[in-house]
Ligand binder design. Structure first.
Ligand code: GP9
Ligand code: MN
Length: 660
């Protein structure tokens, strides 16, 4: 308390008045810069207030450093600190003008190498930008014209009190931000969010902390660490099934991420109408190998986690999105592996490239092209969702771009229509809502039906332009869409109570593999997203024995049917361990007490997750080179659309609260 009292004394005696002038000027200036330069997609009054409020904490904190000095020295310190902070802000402005993104530590570290900005930086600077240094000019002016009273030394404790108040202001800021967006810091969806809620300078602090945590783990690792992983992975490889190996050699690949699609909708009828008639027909007509015991393994990174798992055969992280936190690691991803086989790779998505940090992660994966929302016409309101383009226009507009790709290609389409809160598709789908007393669940059938229609159109187009015959198509549900919050309605949908065991069963997502010359069937093996890469590679005739991945070919005969979930639960063909309880899958009941039925699968799952996390946290693949693999250099990849059809404006793609 003495702390504060002294601080107030200092205030009263005017010792801090110039400090406050400096802080307030910088605060207002920063807010003005936000309004003039950044499109942060402000949705409501609270967000706007936070945008206004967020420069304050870092301004107090940094300018308080000057308070350790007195007199002229303090003034010089104010000028230097202002210069530095204004420079950080202005650098972000210039960077944003080109990249529609904010500067991160890795970007700075790469600044020496070509990051695409190069010579064009000068063109991004405008003489009027001098206004962004106006506060600096004003404080220098005040000093020159002797408007600043001589400043006495402050007690050390008073300075600390000022700094503490900065922390309190920050905590208030964070608290308010968490009301609007829970788990802001751990989930970190998009840099836009962090800047919108916390401001550029707090974002920089956050980014520096994140990066030092990451690099500490990375720095401690050495090349010996990789051998533990290598030994485990190699000892657990199973032979590919000769019946399938190389069956689709040289064919194109199309992945479709079916947003939030869970297996329970397959073959489901609402008012006598099939929800997904097209997907159902793929099974009936034996066009596809359909896996009905296939599970998602995603964590907080949702869609991006699914992408990560499917393309690397690694698990995502227990916390946060690996796309956000480990985008600069070395990976040996599917696009890079297939580059060695002569493939061109591309990802298609009707949302902007900063979302889930894709434009950074894709560089590490070696994606040749990223067709994000700027490649699509985003001007039609009726075709827009909170996250981007509806599926029908998305697939339709993608086709000309797909057709232009050199073959063989490896591509991925990220759909969006069936995304929480599953709205805006009543007319488009013409499908009835469910009647389960829960709007989210009721509408889910509508959006799923619309996606099914979009997929059918997409397949028809592929057949018309002749690509279908030459392409392996993999359709997968990325993660659950209906969370545990809706268990009441889900028990009506499923006709049984949804307890922990049943909830784990609901983590099934559909997987279809359609490969020319491969006969369709329903395959009952228990598997997860981590197994898909190996399965696909084997179909393409690519040997995987040297790659460090935690998946096993879903078509292999003697695979172990163990599916670790990212939350630590584990599923197998016989038993499942859910929240520490071991269940017999057949009865859905816990096994007898004292039974060790789940011991082995649980140990095995933990081992896989631990080793995979080690690979990611310690960036171990940089020490490992699979035989015959040609490493890619992420510096060779950059995703800038020379002729954007739409601007990177998250005002259009509203980043409203769209997760539960
Ligand atoms: C956004 C889209 C949706 O680009 O991938 O992401 P999700 O919320 O499902 O992770
Ligand atoms: Mn998703």
């Amino acid at each position: 308390m003495n702390f504060l009292k002294r601080q107030f004394d200092d205030l009263r005696t005017g010792k801090l008045s110039f400090f406050f002038t400096v802080v307030v000027l910088f605060w207002i200036k920063t807010y003005a810069v936000y309004l003039a330069e950044f499109n942060l997609g402000i949705q409501n009054a609270l967000q706007h207030f936070l945008l206004f409020f967020n420069p304050l904490s870092s301004a107090i904190l940094f300018f308080a450093i000057a308070l350790f000095w007195k007199g002229r020295a303090r003034n010089i310190a104010f000028v230097m600190i202002n210069l530095l902070m204004s420079f950080v802000l202005y650098a972000n402005v210039v960077y944003y003008r080109f990249f529609n993104d904010f500067i991160t530590v890795p970007v700075l570290l790469q600044a020496k190498t070509n990051n695409g900005l190069g010579g064009s930086a000068l063109e991004l600077i405008n003489p009027l930008d001098i206004l962004y240094f106006l506060d600096l000019i004003v404080i220098i002016g005040l000093m020159i014209f002797k408007k600043v009273k001589p400043q006495e030394r402050l007690r050390f404790r008073s300075v600390m009190a000022v700094m503490t108040s900065a922390v309190l202001v920050f905590l208030l800021n964070l608290g308010l931000a968490e009301i609007d967006r829970p788990e802001l810091l751990t989930r970190s969806f998009d840099r836009n969010y962090l800047v919108k809620y916390l401001g550029t300078h707090n974002f920089t602090i956050y980014d520096v902390i994140q990066n030092s945590k990451t690099s500490a783990k990375r720095a401690m690792a050495d090349s010996n660490e990789v051998s533990e992983v290598e030994n485990y992975v190699k000892a657990n490889k199973v032979d590919p099934n000769p019946e399938y190996f190389g069956k689709a050699k040289g064919k194109n690949v199309i992945y479709v991420s079916m947003e939030s699609l869970q297996t329970f909708v397959i073959d489901k009828e609402i008012n006598g109408k099939e929800v997904t008639p097209f997907l159902n027909s793929l099974v009936e007509k034996e066009d596809a190998i359909y896996f009905d015991n296939f599970f998602h393994q995603t964590g907080q990174g949702k869609t991006s986690d699914a992408e990560f798992i499917m393309e690397n055969g690694l698990f995502p992280l227990p916390q946060g999105a690996v796309f956000m936190t480990h985008a600069n690691n070395t990976y040996q991803s599917a696009p890079a592996i297939l580059k060695g086989e002569g493939y061109t790779s591309a990802s298609f998505h009707g949302n902007y490239k900063t979302f889930w940090n894709r434009s950074e992660m894709y560089r590490s994966f070696g994606y040749d092209e990223f067709y994000d929302a700027t490649y699509y016409d985003m001007s039609n309101e009726d075709e827009q969702l909170a996250y981007g383009l509806k599926d029908k226009p998305f697939f339709e507009d993608s086709m000309p771009m797909l057709e232009k790709l050199p073959q063989p290609f490896y591509t991925k389409f990220l759909s969006l229509s069936n995304h929480f809160p599953f709205d805006k598709h009543a007319e488009d789908s013409g499908f009835p809502e469910g009647e389960f007393g829960d709007g989210v669940v009721n509408r889910y059938f509508q959006t799923a039906n619309y996606m099914d229609q979009a997929l059918e159109d997409f397949f028809n187009n592929l057949k018309e332009n002749g690509l279908y015959e030459d392409t392996v198509i993999v359709l997968y549900g990325d993660h659950y869409g209906i969370s545990e919050n809706h268990n009441n309605a889900m028990s009506k949908v499923m006709g049984k109570e949804i307890n922990d065991f049943e909830n784990a069963q609901l983590q099934r997502v559909p997987l279809y593999i359609i490969a020319p010359g491969v006969e369709g069937e329903v395959n009952h093996t228990f598997g997860g997203q981590v197994d898909v890469r190996t399965t696909l590679m084997h179909l393409l005739g690519v040997n995987t024995k040297d790659y460090l991945s935690f998946g096993q070919d879903l078509l292999a005969e003697d695979r172990k049917q163990i599916v670790p979930f990212r939350n630590g639960d584990v599923m197998s063909n016989e038993y499942s361990e859910i929240k520490g309880v071991c269940y017999d899958n057949e009865t859905g009941q816990p096994v007898e007490e004292g039974s060790n039925a789940c011991e082995e699968i649980s140990k095995e799952a933990t081992k896989r997750l631990e080793l995979s996390d080690k690979v990611v946290y310690e960036d171990l693949l940089r020490f490992y080179e699979p035989e015959g693999y040609k490493p890619i250099n992420r510096e060779d990849y950059q995703y800038i659309n020379p002729n954007p059809k739409s601007t990177d404006n998250p005002d259009e793609v509203t980043h409203e609260e769209n997760h539960e």
